[in-house]
Unconditional design. Sequence first.
Length: 518
Amino acid sequence: MTHGTPPATPFPAALLTALAGDPSRAAFIHGSRTVTRQELLDQIDRLAGAYARYGLGPGSTLVVLVDTRPETFAAYVAGYLTGCRLVPLKPGFPDAGRRQVPAETDAWLVDRHTVGYARGELGGPGPRAALLSLGPCDGAVDLLAAGRGTSGGPAAVRARPQDIARVVYTSGSSGVPKGCAHSYAALTSHWAWQPDTWSPAVRQLAARGERHLLTQPLEYAVGGDFMGLSLLSGGTVVIPEDYRLDTLLPVIERHRVTSLFLGSGALYRLLASPLARTTDLGSLRGLTFAGYPVHPARLVEAAELLGPVLHQSYGQCETGSLALLTPADAERHGPGVWHATGRPHPSVDIDIRDQDGRCAATGEAGNLYIRSPYQMSHYVDAPELTARTLHEGWLRTGDVARLDADGFLHVLGREGDTVTVDGRDFHPRTVADRFAAHPEVRQALVLPAGDAPARVDVYLVPAPGNRPDPAALTRRVRAELDLPDLIRSVTLIDEVPWNAHAKPDRDALALQRDLPRR
């Protein structure tokens, strides 16, 4: 694979050009409001002018802590036009949020719902930083009431390629959340935000986004990236009032939504929801999911419910999306292809290495390294971690994976979750798939037993109307793997607890394991 010549259009100019190409078309639907593309362009231009009047420019740090609405997206794009480093924060996580606030900031952007959290729990904005707001807010400058600047077309991009455009924070599932810094050069070559880089598979997915439903706030970069495909291809984005699944399903029916993005946990909840069987979801043409692996049997079930709409994306906060599995892949290779994660995007180089750093043969598992023009530049304030993760242009993902003969990437789990028994490596997904193949099991989750080396704990969600026998299933899987001591415990649970990043909440699971066995 080759990265080729970087696109000539600097981020976010391609978006502005796309918006200007059909100015009367709706860009956003939010409640009873419809915001046209021209209105969005005018808003972006006014906000960019307001940022400049309050001293923000290339290299300035802008902390963003606002609820999601069309004005929020305009504020993001205006910040990128201005060349700021955007640091979106997630409300409601005081300890983690406080650690994510940069030591030096130039401005904070808040609204009436978040200003108290910003000033209180986060201790912002500090004496040197401006406090700006979207709408009236005590003690802040209301940018929406600021004087109008010149509008009517794409504004000039002031961003410098080497500057950091956004900082995306990891979930912190392996410790403290890490800030992944992505440059303007990276976003200019981005798989989603730069149409010149779109692969045929991405272009086909973008074409399904005529009406895209935003299913998570804008501070979650991955959802925003998939939303960008819709806006760049002429689509309209629906912003819901509530992100709960049972609230989102009627929105799909009411607005005839054609595409959306879900985390793995939300996809499992959709399949288990009775409302999904009574709501008209026939308008859907593209449902992309990502996060923790979904068992292929559930994906076959999803295809039976929704039709050929499923796209699986694999990536990380450090890398953005790296691979995509499409309905065309499933049609061509059959349902067994859902054991894979997807084919890498054309600009992504993949290297599978053994413990000694040698390249693994096709089909062999090893540590996954990637190289792409849109990967992060570094971790914020973590030079040692950056040095361990980035080396000579390659990024060590921390995942174990293999590439098959058809070019599909198979992600087997995290390096730290691999269990070695008698010289044989076992990955969580391998064991989970054995349990999930049983018809009485809807979902299986396998985690290493941290205080018991070379053993794993298993959590099973029963299929509706079933109650599998943990002891019988354990004997069966132990015999299949020929490892009598690998499985320490099997616990039946009502549902997997998920965190906001579509990953299982390990602490919550451990508490359930400590309860008396059922």
